[in-house]
Each structure stands twice: as structure tokens, then as C-alpha cells.
Design a protein around this ligand. Structure first.
Ligand code: GTP
Ligand code: ZN
Length: 379
């Protein structure tokens, strides 16, 4: 009898997603999880951002080894710790890592001078394999700062058994990047309704949910765009501050409303409202990035000083939504060359770029200049 592999594959996906999902919510609550590295090495992991003195003491007692800090390579470089292009750097501290120091190292907005932090570190080296990097990726997927307190479990070969014995969750290292890949790949259309807008009365909202149960993306379909012609489209990344509050730090509010008006004027089109707040780093980290910008960094360097990419967005969900709505050719309203390239790489033909430029407002000049000068935005 033939084996039903499609079912086996589904089961595997589900198991991976549940294990990683649960670990992420434990990390957000400040609990430790057990991470089994691809080379068989196991680590106890706690997110640096949620580390507490009691949590660290419990971690050290359980591991029987001193915790160290795994930090995103970019954050380490911003601290002046120069190592070759590493994803993650492992820092040890003489006399033991404290929760305060872990948080100071992870979070530049706490204001501890880099020099003092460098003096507190005994060794900084690139980890031998990827398990520490995966711990940093776990913290990032939990929407926390990309830094993790880690304690090796030298005698532990069976992460699952160890975790069960201590009422913790275990995650296989290899499942972490796989989780990220899968959640971007699968979207389910879950609801739609007519929502007449001031500027476009004939509008429908269609909600798409990622398979990891994460925040939904919305398609705002204006008019009745014919699928056999390139659709006028805007990909708008969520911006709570600009879209909802009218923040003058960015150009998102005018771009959002301007796109709806322009599509309505053209008769039909689609605006994808993507759950990628803060260029994919989330609202909390965007607020941290704003603090760093008030200290003199530009919008790109602020992201990297926190340990993130300058832009963490992926447009696979946007391409999947366009295809689900029946469109594979777009006239894209954007100034961002990365959106053009990424959509094309996901199988959407961009037949035309429609510039989407709005005047500066007295507060966002430096932001717009950084986008043009450093990210190549076409103003
Ligand atoms: N991390 C970070 N995100 C920001 C900052 N200012 C705005 N954003 C976010 O940047 C995103 C702006 O998205 P878009 O307007 O879709 O994209 P864009 O890259 O400007 O490209 P266009 O299509 O040309 O508008 C939103 O998610 C905002 O929340 C900032 O200083 N730091
Ligand atoms: Zn904005």
C-alpha cells in the first residue's frame, strides 16, 4: 500500500509550528526553553529582553554552567566588538552574567555607554556552530530584541527528556528557520466584507491569515479590477504611528490615504495592508529605533544598532495574496526598488512602477533623505 506522504508532511509541519510557537510565547513570558542544536549540543535559552535575576539564577542552577549572552552580530558591531561578518556573537562575563547586563547589552536605548559594556565582557567570539545563532533567531521571532541568554547543557543528549523532566519546552534547532520559511509561505483567506471608504465607496476588505496563526494581512480591493489586465497595486507596510495617529516622523499616513484616493481615481486596484510594522521589526522595536534616531542615527543604522537588518520585510505573503486574488501582473505604486525586486522574485510581473511621492512635513526630511541616499528609494 502506498504511503500517504502528504499527510506525513502536514503532520511534520504542524508539529514544527506548535513546538516553535509555544517556545516563542514562553520566551516572551521570560521563561527558558531547551534548544537542541543541529550538532547535538543542547542549550537552555532565555530571551535577554525578558531576563530577570531570578530567571537567570534558575537557569544557571538547572544547567550547572554559567550563562553567556548570544547577541546578533550587528548589535555586537554597534557596540564596537569587531568580529568577521557573524550572524551571532557569544559573550562571556567574568563573575557571571546578570539580568541587568544582559538587557544593557541587548538594548541600546537603555543608554549604558558602549565602552562600559565592552569592559564588562571577558570574551567575545563567534560560536563554533549555529545553535547560538538559532537562539538569537528564536528571540527575534518572538518579536523581542535579537539577543538570548544561553547556558550549555554539556551532559544532555536528549533535549526532549530533559525538558519534560524540568517542565520546559524543547525545540529542535533545525525547526527554527523552517518555521520562519513555512509561516511566510502559507496563507489562508479567512474573511471578506464590503467596507465603503470615504475616498472609495466600492471597497472590499479580504483578510488572509498566515499558517502560524500570526497577524493577518489585509487586501483592500477597490472597484472591480479585471484579472486579465495589470492591476494598479500598492503594498503598504503597517505603521500604527503614521497610519492611525498621523505621526509626522514618516510619510506613511499620506501614502496610505493617497494610495486609496489614487486607486479610486483610476477606477480600480488593490492595496495590500501588510502586517510588517516598523519594516518588519514590530512596533516596540520601532519605538526603540526612534529613540536611537533622536540620538543621531538614521533610520537604517538605528535598525542595525538594535541587531536587526535595515529592512526585515519579505514580500512572499504579498505575492501570495495577489495570486489568490487572481493577479499576477501589477502596476506598482512605490519608490522602493526592493519591493519591485522581491515581488518579481516571487513570480509577480511588475509591468510599471508608479511613483508614490508626498511632500515632506517639517519633521520627516532626514527620514526621507536616508531612504533616498542609503536605501536607493527613487524620489
Ligand atoms: N524600523 C523603522 N521602521 C520605520 C521607520 N519609519 C517608518 N517605518 C516603517 O516603515 C514602513 C514603511 O513602509 P512603506 O511605506 O510600505 O514602504 P517604503 O519602504 O517606504 O516604500 P514605498 O513603497 O516607496 O513607500 C512601515 O512599516 C513603517 O512602520 C523607522 O524609522 N524605523
Ligand atoms: Zn510610518
Amino acid at each position: 500500500m502506498a504511503l500517504d506522504l502528504s499527510h506525513a508532511e502536514l503532520t511534520l509541519d504542524r508539529a514544527v509550528q506548535r513546538a516553535v510557537d509555544r517556545a516563542l510565547s514562553d520566551l516572551r513570558r521570560g521563561e527558558a526553553v531547551v534548544l537542541a542544536g543541529p550538532d547535538g549540543r543542547c542549550l537552555l535559552v532565555q530571551a535577554a529582553e525578558t531576563a530577570t535575576a531570578a530567571g537567570l539564577a534558575a537557569l544557571a542552577a538547572l544547567a550547572g554552567t554559567a550563562p553567556a549572552l548570544a547577541l546578533a552580530g550587528r548589535r555586537a558591531r554597534a557596540l564596537g566588538i569587531e568580529l568577521p561578518e557573524e550572524q551571532a556573537v557569544l559573550l562571556t562575563v567574568p563573575g557571571g552574567l546578570t539580568a541587568e547586563l544582559a538587557r544593557d547589552l541587548a538594548d541600546p536605548t537603555r543608554g549604558t555607554p558602549a565602552e562600559r559594556l565592552r569592559r564588562a565582557i571577558a570574551t567575545a567570539h563567534a560560536p563554533e556552530d549555529t545553535v547560538e545563532g538559532l537562539a538569537v533567531l528564536l528571540a527575534k521571532l518572538a518579536r523581542l530584541l535579537p539577543a538570548a541568554v544561553v547556558a550549555p547543557l554539556p551532559g544532555v543528549r536528549d533535549a526532549g527528556a530533559f525538558a519534560r523532566r524540568h517542565d520546559l519546552l524543547a525545540v529542535r534547532g533545525a525547526d527554527v528557520p523552517e518555521y520562519r520559511r513555512q509561516s511566510a509561505r502559507t496563507l489562508c483567506r479567512v474573511a471578506d466584507a464590503a467596507v465603503p471608504l470615504e475616498a472609495a465607496e466600492q471597497t472590499r476588505l479580504v483578510a488572509f491569515r498566515p499558517s502560524d496563526g500570526g497577524p493577518e494581512h489585509l487586501a483592500i480591493v477597490i472597484g472591480d479590477p479585471p484579472p486579465d489586465r495589470p492591476v494598479l497595486a500598492r503594498l503598504h507596510s503597517e505603521c500604527f504611528t503614521g497610519d492611525l495617529l498621523g505621526s509626522l516622523r514618516c510619510d506613511c499616513g499620506p501614502q496610505l490615504r493617497g494610495a486609496v484616493e489614487e486607486i479610486a481615481r483610476a477606477g480600480a486596484g488593490v492595496l495590500l495592508y501588510l502586517a510588517q510594522e516598523g519594516r518588519g521589526i514590530g512596533l516596540v522595536n520601532k519605538l526603540r529605533a526612534y529613540r536611537l534616531q533622536d540620538g543621531g542615527l538614521d533610520t537604517l543604522d538605528a535598525n542595525t544598532a538594535l541587531g536587526f537588518d535595515a529592512d526585515e520585510r519579505v514580500y512572499l505573503p504579498a505575492a501570495a495574496m495577489l495570486k489568490a486574488l487572481g493577479f499576477d501582473r501589477v502596476r506598482l505604486m512605490t519608490n522602493n526598488p526592493d519591493k519591485l525586486a522581491q515581488l518579481a522574485a516571487c513570480g509577480i510581473e511588475v509591468v510599471e512602477r508608479v511613483p508614490h511621492i508626498f511632500p515632506s512635513n517639517g519633521h520627516n526630511e532626514a527620514y526621507l533623505r536616508a531612504k533616498a541616499d542609503r536605501a536607493g528609494h527613487l524620489f
